[in-house]
Design a protein around this ligand. Structure first.
Ligand code: SF4
Length: 417
């Protein structure tokens, strides 16, 4: 079968009805020149985006109906075996993600196994030509399976865009995912993509996400699935669709400089619907960490897990953090919260009462000679732990902390319940 690796097909898809998705996936395969032989006799591993446990319509995850439509088509094409596999965000429960999405139930009904890649045997693989990430831990079973990647199109607070290439991070062990962040996300993404290579990518952009993705953005209808063989060609199209150019997206720019990705959309062979009919200038993420007056964040190579926890928490508790900031402002103080493994001790020299967030700041917190706070966890739980450190550390007068959230928190601080 002669397939053009540079080809990316776009198919209008009005809804998440299984029948509509089945028709769209069939159209997409045919536009790419992929026939039944492509899957016949193969063991196929479908890799959706189930980054956290989320509802099917949340726009956070690949819609389960797209996964099932693809699985059924591949099964009917004579694949020897089809499995769905994922390893959710660092420390997140993958089986919970399978359940909450509804994927587990429908997969069970058609006899397809959902595999938690956090629980399978791993193997250490050397990545030839890597710039930073020279070895990765991946599931041993990857060797025997054809990888079909089913990403979700979303904006991303760290990489600007998450689509085909970044979705492959969910194949890596949690330890390797951490190293990807510590070494520098964009370059390390390109490195692991040299080894983790999908045979096909089909993107769920029926409802995409804009703004503070990949977890805290806003759903947006794009009524589209698109895909192709080369994940970089697919992501070049993804970038164009949502209002970026290759040079705007770090990992695409690096990959194009290294000769792995096309330098611009003009080198991708587009087929199917006209891309212009689907282009949307999606709201871009405003930055990795929230912006609050009197409370600032210093990211020293933290994983998405810590960043998303902080972003979600501060979004949910913006009012309380602002209130705290106003109290500190009157005293001429401000709070700096450090996260990530690469906090430079030199930068702490003049920082008053820093707060260290997450397990990998423990050593620097222990060695800090002045007063400081440490929030444990990897990542810290989505809880009031951060406030629990801030209130005593900054000796906040509890009479100034009004509201039910602070009432509950102060009770907990005083009585430990
Ligand atoms: S504490 Fe946060 S930044 Fe550190 S390893 Fe855990 S999730 Fe990553």
């Amino acid at each position: 079968m002669d397939i053009d690796n540079k080809k990316v097909a776009l198919v209008h898809t009005a809804s998440y009805e299984i029948s509509a998705l089945t028709e769209s996936v069939q159209k997409l395969l045919s536009a790419l020149g992929i026939q039944r032989d492509f899957f016949r006799g193969k063991k196929v591993l479908l890799k959706p985006n189930l980054v956290i446990a989320a509802e099917p319509d949340s726009a956070i995850i690949t819609h389960p109906n797209l996964v099932i439509a693809a699985a059924q088509i591949i099964k009917d094409s004579g694949a020897k075996e089809v499995i769905i596999a994922e390893s959710s965000l660092i420390s997140a429960d993958t089986m919970q993600a399978f359940k909450k999405s509804g994927l587990q139930k429908v997969a069970d009904a058609i006899g397809i196994e959902c595999v938690d890649l956090k629980k399978v045997a791993l193997t250490d693989v050397k990545v030839g030509d890597a710039a930073l990430l020279h070895s990765i831990m991946v599931p041993k079973l990857l060797d025997g399976y054809m990888l079909v990647n089913l990403p979700k199109l979303k904006t991303h607070i760290q990489t600007k865009l998450t689509c085909a290439v970044k979705n492959l991070k969910g194949i890596l062990s949690d330890g390797t995912k951490r190293r990807v962040h510590f070494l520098g996300l964009d370059q390390a993404i390109v490195d692991f993509s040299l080894h983790v290579k999908p045979a096909l990518n089909i993107v769920d952009a029926v409802i995409a996400m804009e703004g503070m993705g990949a977890l805290n953005g806003t759903p947006v209808n794009m009524n589209l699935i698109f895909g192709g063989v080369d994940p970089y060609c697919v992501d070049t199209v993804a970038a164009e669709l949502i209002g970026y150019k290759t040079g705007d997206v770090g990992y695409l720019k690096i990959a194009s400089e290294r000769g792995i990705a096309p330098p611009w959309i003009g080198e991708v062979t587009l087929t199917g619907e006209d891309i212009d009919g689907f282009k949307r200038d999606l709201e871009k993420p405003s930055g990795a960490l929230p912006e609050l007056s009197m409370v600032s964040f210093e990211d020293a190579g933290a994983c998405s897990a810590c960043i998303h926890t902080l972003t979600a928490f501060t979004n949910a508790r913006k009012g309380e953090l602002t209130r705290l900031g106003e109290i500190l402002d009157k005293r001429g103080e401000n709070v700096t919260i450090f996260l990530g493994p690469n906090v430079d001790k030199q930068t702490l020299k003049d920082v008053h009462k820093p707060v260290f967030f997450g397990k990998c700041t423990k050593a620097v917190s222990d060695s800090f000679t002045g007063e400081c706070g440490f929030v444990p966890g990897c990542p810290p739980a989505m809880s009031s732990d951060l406030f629990e450190k801030l209130i005593p550390l900054y000796e906040i007068d509890e009479k100034k902390l009004k509201g039910s959230f602070f009432d509950r928190l102060l009770k907990k601080i005083k009585h430990g319940d």
